[in-house]
Design a protein around this ligand. Sequence first.
Ligand SMILES: [Zn+2]
Length: 266
Amino acid sequence: MERMNALLLIPLFIGLAVGMAVNYLADVLPDSRRFSHPTCSKCGTPYKLTDYLLLKACNHCGQRRSMRAWVVLILMAAVHIYVWLNPPSKLNYLIAIPLTGYLATVFVIDLEHRLILHPTSIFGAVLGLGVGWRNYGLGTTLLGGLGGFLIMLVFYLFGVLFSRVRARRLQKAGKPTDEEEALGAGDVILAAIIGLMLGWPLIWLGLLTGILLGGAISLLLLLWLLVTRRYKENALMVFVPYGPYFILSTFLILYMPDFMARLVPG
Ligand SMILES: [Zn+2]
């Protein structure tokens, strides 16, 4: 027992290291698009490396680090301890390290900036190809990627059509139009990447679970807006970022297959 507890320090430290990398990428990539030196979000002063890694406040203006930085560290440590104790049959722990990092980075950047960046997508595609190839063979993997891409492309084109019709109606009514798109082109690329990771036909389950999760959480949000009387006429048109939900469903399928099997009969 003692020995097992001591061994848990390994995933704890790996999880914290992955969390630091996720925070770093989410801090610098959306603005600089390269591996730049992290700076204070308020005054722009570069952080000292140790201050940055230890989540200290800016020593120039005192700006504290975001809540997200703490949440990511704690969650990544928890996820890695969980994966260490319950290794998924299809993923070994070495693949889990970059994979959790990729999924968390895309999740945070999409949530904070509504962006799915090309460098993370390229990394994800290479990783997805590796994960899929190892698990299901090359054919199933490529078919999964192509399937994810085409399924989401259809949704995307429907979304474009829908917003055109809506814009025309608003124009006729003399109301200002907006450029909100229900689904971004980045979601199509992300669907292709998780298609590689899940393979065919599991990608269907991944996308469906993501859309259902997105719908359920949007509904709860809408109810909350109604109950607190903050509902406005346009609340239904609030942009739903599907990326984070696809990430969540991919994580559930890859890392908690038993849990998913209980939810999905058959
Ligand atoms: Zn500062």
